[in-house]
Each structure stands twice: as structure tokens, then as C-alpha cells.
Design a protein around this ligand. Structure first.
Ligand SMILES: CC(C)(COP(=O)(O)OP(=O)(O)OC[C@H]1O[C@@H](n2cnc3c(N)ncnc32)[C@H](O)[C@@H]1OP(=O)(O)O)[C@@H](O)C(=O)NCCC(=O)NCCS
Ligand SMILES: CC(=O)OP(=O)(O)O
Length: 335
């Protein structure tokens, strides 16, 4: 079984109810259908009822107990969403008519469904930008009290039979925090390590990436990463981690041994932490588009309840995989 087949099988053993904010998108409808047929999730598609029904019809669905539609223009839930959004955001000086308008926004509607317990998690971002998708999650679902910040990671499933012998890596943060400071970078690394353990059931080995390995270059951006690596070790002494190091030192055993001898993770890291969003976003897309890795994300970590984003370049399989990941996060939240 591939790592993604394993994830889907685990999700199918504890299916959940996932609300998809972009019910107009044919990839979302097809991915949702695949997820219901695999027994991974019950799905609510949010959108204009007639359009979503047409998409379902085009996908060959005439009726399914596992797929329902919510149209914010006519839904019984819209008033409740408007009222609770108003209560949640009134300290920001918003007015009730603005809350009513926001309740009709599918991203807000879907995120509020999760907040109010009508669904276990939400997935969007096939059409909307990451900024819009994540902002709705931040505003409606919010940060978990114990998390220092909300960040994101990608699950990178390597092509079958990859020469490294490895099946999957975690890349963070490639989607959300634009220019993390030292504290934020250490927090992203710790959260990504936890997410790696939770999703893949494998002990994390964390590399904080840079253009320098163990002082081979001097620059304030190198110092930032080295300091984050120091903080991470201080706060999580049992976690295998190290940095700063270059990607080849983190990934290739012979290079790791020569550039970072004695490091507990060099050459064997499975959690790669990028110094900022330029590096992370560019890096994951290169690994995906040239390297042939399957990229599932951005998966959000540090939220009160599961909400995840997709790349606008996603395909149907990416959608189904993201539903499976969201189901697994919901199961983990349930204990
Ligand atoms: C995610 C993002 C939209 C947040 O931006 P922002 O300008 O802080 O957004 P907002 O001010 O509307 O933030 C909404 C709330 O979330 C909070 N917030 C923002 N980032 C947060 C974080 N990382 N963790 C926790 N809370 C956060 C804000 O403080 C704000 O709280 P409040 O409204 O209760 O005061 C922004 O960081 C972003 O655009 N990131 C890059 C996304 C992107 O383009 N990625 C590339 C493609 S994947
Ligand atoms: C994650 C990401 O890069 O999203 P998009 O491709 O939609 O900008």
C-alpha cells in the first residue's frame, strides 16, 4: 500500500462529516464523490443549489445519502451563521448587516458550520486563494488555546520506489506564515513534528533548512534559523532535530555525514522546515512539479477544529486525499 492509500484506509475506519465550501468546482464534486464512495466521509457541498445539483448530475450522481447541499442564500442555517459570526467578531466593530453578508460567503458559511458543530472539518481553496481560505478559518474557527500560532505544512508523498527509500516527508511552512521570526520558526517546527507523527505514525526527525550548514555561511537569515534550531532543542529535548542545514545535508545520508557529522538528523530528516514562505512555497512546488512528489496541503495546524486549504492547481485525487487528511485530524481531535 502507498502512504496515501494507508491514509485513506485509516480515514475510512473513522469517517467524518466534511463541508466543502466550493461546491461549484467540478474537481471538488468529483473528489467528494470519490471520498464518499471510499467510505471516508459524508460531504456537504456549499454553493448555489441549482449549480451544485448540475455539477452532481454531470458527475453522474442522481442522489446520495452521503452528499448534501447547503445554499447560503436559502439555508436554514444562514441566520444562525450570521448571528454567531456577529457575536464572534463584534469586538472588531462589525455591524449586523456586515455579518449577514459574510454568512452568505461560502468560505465563512462552511467554517462557521464547523465552529457550530454542524460538520467535523472543512476543505476549500481549489478556487479561492490561500489568504482568503485561511482568513475565514482564522476568523471563524480560530487558534487552539494551546497553540502558539496557526501554521501549515504539506505532506509530500514521494514517487513509488524513490531512490532514497523514503515514502513521505513533511514540509513546513509552505503556505501560511510569510516571514516567521525565530520563535515562530521554532513553533512551526514543533507543530510540524507533531503533525508528522499524528498523520504518518512515524517518529519525526526535524531539519531547519537554510542555505548554510552548521555555520558554513554567515548572514542574519542563517542566524535566524540556527537560533530557531537552538530554541527547538531547548524546548523539545526528546525530539530529534538539528539546524541550520541545507536540503542536501538534511536528505542525502552521504552529504549529511560530510557536511554535518554527528547530527542526529542530517541525511535522514523527514520533517523539513523552510526559513520563510518564499523558500517553502517555491520548494514544495519544485518537489511536486519536477520531483514528481504528490503534495497534499496546505494542511493547517494549530486551529481549534480542522480546516484545510488546497492549491488552485489541485486535481481530483488531491481533493480526496485532503478530505482523508481532514477526517484524520477530526478523529485525532476526538481523542
Ligand atoms: C493567512 C493570512 C491571510 C493572515 O493574514 P492577516 O493579514 O493576519 O489576516 P487577518 O488580519 O485578516 O487575520 C485574521 C485573524 O487571524 C489572526 N492571525 C493571522 N495570522 C495568524 C497566525 N499565523 N496564527 C494565529 N492567528 C493569526 C490575526 O491576528 C487576526 O486575528 P483577529 O482578526 O482576531 O484580530 C496571511 O498570513 C497570508 O496571506 N499568508 C500567505 C498566504 C499565501 O498567500 N500563501 C501562498 C500560497 S499557499
Ligand atoms: C498552496 C498554494 O500555493 O496555493 P495556490 O497554488 O492556490 O496559490
Amino acid at each position: 500500500m502507498t502512504v496515501l492509500q494507508e491514509l485513506r484506509a485509516r480515514a475510512a475506519s473513522k469517517p467524518a462529516h466534511i463541508v466543502m465550501s466550493e461546491g461549484h468546482d467540478p474537481r471538488i464534486v468529483a473528489g467528494a464523490l470519490e471520498a464518499t464512495m471510499a467510505g471516508i466521509a459524508r460531504i456537504t457541498l456549499v454553493g448555489t443549489r441549482a449549480t451544485v445539483e448540475e455539477r452532481l448530475h454531470q458527475a453522474g450522481v442522481t442522489g446520495s445519502d452521503d452528499i448534501t447541499i447547503q445554499d447560503p442564500a436559502t439555508s436554514d442555517l444562514t441566520d444562525e451563521v450570521a448571528r454567531s459570526f456577529y457575536e464572534l467578531r463584534k469586538h472588531k466593530g462589525i455591524r449586523e448587516d456586515y455579518a449577514a453578508e459574510q454568512a452568505r460567503d461560502p468560505l465563512v458559511f462552511a467554517a462557521m458550520m464547523v465552529r457550530n458543530g454542524h460538520a467535523d472539518g472543512t476543505v476549500g481553496g481549489a478556487i479561492h486563494t490561500t489568504s482568503d481560505t485561511v482568513r475565514a478559518a482564522l476568523q471563524c474557527i480560530g487558534k487552539a488555546p494551546e497553540a502558539p500560532l496557526v501554521s501549515s505544512f504539506f505532506l509530500m508523498a514521494l514517487p513509488d520506489g524513490h531512490s532514497s527509500g523514503r515514502r513521505a516527508l513533511t514540509f513546513g511552512d509552505c503556505g501560511l506564515v510569510i516571514d516567521p521570526d525565530t520563535e515562530e520558526l521554532a513553533a512551526i517546527a514543533a507543530a510540524s513534528a507533531n503533525s508528522h507523527r499524528q498523520l504518518l505514525g512515524e517518529e519525526p526527525k526535524v531539519a531547519l533548512l537554510s542555505f548554510s550548514t552548521m555555520g558554513s555561511a554567515k548572514h542574519p537569515s542563517v542566524t535566524k534559523v540556527a537560533e530557531a534550531a537552538r530554541l527547538l532543542k531547548e524546548r523539545h529535548p526528546k525530539l530529534a532535530s538539528d539546524g541550520e542545514m541545507q536540503f542536501d545535508a538534511a536528505f542525502v545520508p552521504s552529504v549529511g555525514a560530510s557536511k554535518a557529522p554527528g547530527s542526529p538528523v542530517a541525511g535522514h530528516a523527514n520533517v523539513m522546515i523552510f526559513p520563510n514562505l518564499d523558500a517553502g512555497n517555491i520548494g514544495y512546488k519544485i518537489a511536486q512539479r519536477i520531483g514528481g512528489a504528490q503534495a497534499i496541503g496546505p494542511i493547517l495546524q494549530g486551529l481549534n477544529k480542522p480546516a484545510n486549504d488546497l492549491s488552485r492547481g489541485c486535481n481530483i485525487t488531491d481533493v480526496t486525499n485532503m478530505i482523508a487528511v481532514t477526517v484524520l485530524q477530526a478523529a485525532a481531535d476526538d481523542g
